[in-house]
Write a protein that binds this ligand. Structure first.
Ligand code: PMP
Ligand code: GLN
Length: 369
């Protein structure tokens, strides 16, 4: 969709990346690191300064990790997810995913030789929020289930799972002795009264949870690809063994810069969060005026919207036509699922863009009717 947007000169509300830079102090720290000669292989587990900063950052949730044995720096959350699955899941095992799911999950499960069992998030008939179906989750867990991969705040729906939803997940993980792999890359991008609850903070979960996050979304640097894993020493050393032969290491000068940001730029992140909440409202109100039935977004960069009130039935068809027709790119939600029919009517819009870009897109979208 980004390639199509570029070819047609469309406003790209498809791929989720911001169009402004991260905090100036972080950018300066990366330049200083390059000038200071931090341009060779960093240590395999990541630079100590970043592992220390990650461990300190997790204390905001009340969790303690030893930076030497319980933190691993990765090439973005994407590598962390792939390495965790390759390390912890054997061919023939099953991994539970919640659909819609971020596209790398299915590929990583397949690369590990495992099978995926998907559990659909369900739409609340009143609010339109996509929430967890505990009974469907219970039904998806069988004798071969080894791990569960869960993303909150959730791309593409914008759902922030509640403590009660996560407690139900935790209880099933404990009951069935599952490893939980959590994707928390949008941990700071949570709006209104919603709260990000790391699964590892719930009873019985610290020892079985692989917590994954990254700098890209928190500090507007999606191209830096600095991510991390926090887990027990046993889990981290297994994941490190896989990571060693995927990339070994990456992003040397960006590691101290992200460490600087985790320690010094959380006030900047708070401003980002406030501004994204306003952009979320701006885009959702505009989409509603343009005729979409907009679903609530509690966090992330994303809003989903139902295209049926506009007379369309297939989000993918619409997304393929939109760039040429009115000059806007969006992503059909069905690409994140195993059951496209169930999700065909929804498209995803990213709102991590300048106000004038959102307004330009909305002006164009009004021409749909
Ligand atoms: N998980 C989710 C849910 C995402 O939306 C993204 C970002 N596109 C990633 C993982 C990848 O994160 P990173 O860029 O740190 O690899
Ligand atoms: N996470 C972003 C998205 O969902 C972009 C990552 C990608 O393009 N693979 O749009």
């Amino acid at each position: 969709m980004t390639a199509l947007a570029q070819r047609t000169g469309a406003v790209n509300l498809g791929q989720g990346f911001p169009d402004t830079d991260g905090p100036a102090g972080m950018l300066a720290a990366a330049k200083d690191a390059i000038d200071g000669g931090l341009n060779q292989y960093p240590p395999g587990p990541g630079m100590p300064v970043l592992r220390q900063a990650v461990a300190e950052h997790r204390t905001r949730y009340g969790t303690q990790y030893d930076p030497d044995t319980e933190v691993l720096v990765t090439v973005g959350a994407t590598e962390a997810i792939a390495a965790a699955l390759l390390a912890l899941v054997e061919p023939g095992d099953e991994v539970v995913l919640f659909e819609p799911y971020y596209d790398s999950y299915a590929a990583s499960v397949a690369m590990a030789g495992a099978a995926r069992r998907t559990v659909s998030l369900v739409e609340d008939p009143v609010s339109g929020r996509f929430g967890l179906d505990v009974e469907a989750l219970r039904a998806a867990i069988g004798p071969k289930t080894r791990a569960l991969l869960i993303n909150t705040p959730h791309n593409p729906t914008g759902t922030v799972l509640t403590r009660a939803e996560l407690e139900a997940v935790a209880a099933l993980c404990v009951e069935h002795d599952l490893v939980a792999i959590t994707d928390e890359v949008y941990e700071h991008l949570v709006f209104d009264a919603n709260e990000h609850v790391p699964l590892a903070t719930l009873p019985g979960m610290a020892e079985r949870t692989v917590t994954i996050s990254s700098a890209g979304k928190t500090f507007n640097c999606t191209g830096w690809k600095i991510g991390w894993v926090c887990a027990t020493p046993e889990l981290v050393s297994a994941i490190k063994a896989a990571k060693q032969f995927i990339t070994f290491v990456g992003g040397a000068p960006f590691q101290p810069a992200v460490a600087y940001a985790l320690r010094n730029e959380l006030a900047w992140v708070e401003d980002l969060r406030t501004s994204l909440a306003t952009k979320r409202s701006r885009l959702s109100e505009g989409l509603a005026e343009a005729g979409f039935a907009v679903r609530p977004s509690e966090g992330t960069y994303f809003i989903t919207a139902d295209v049926r009130p506009l007379g369309f039935t297939d989000g993918a068809e619409l997304c393929r036509a939109l760039p040429e027709r009115i000059g806007v790119a969006a992503v059909p939600v069905q690409v994140f699922t195993d059951h496209p029919d169930q999700w065909r009517h929804l498209v995803r819009f990213a709102f991590c863009k300048k106000d004038e870009v959102l307004d330009d897109a909305l002006r164009r979208l009004h021409k749909l009717t």
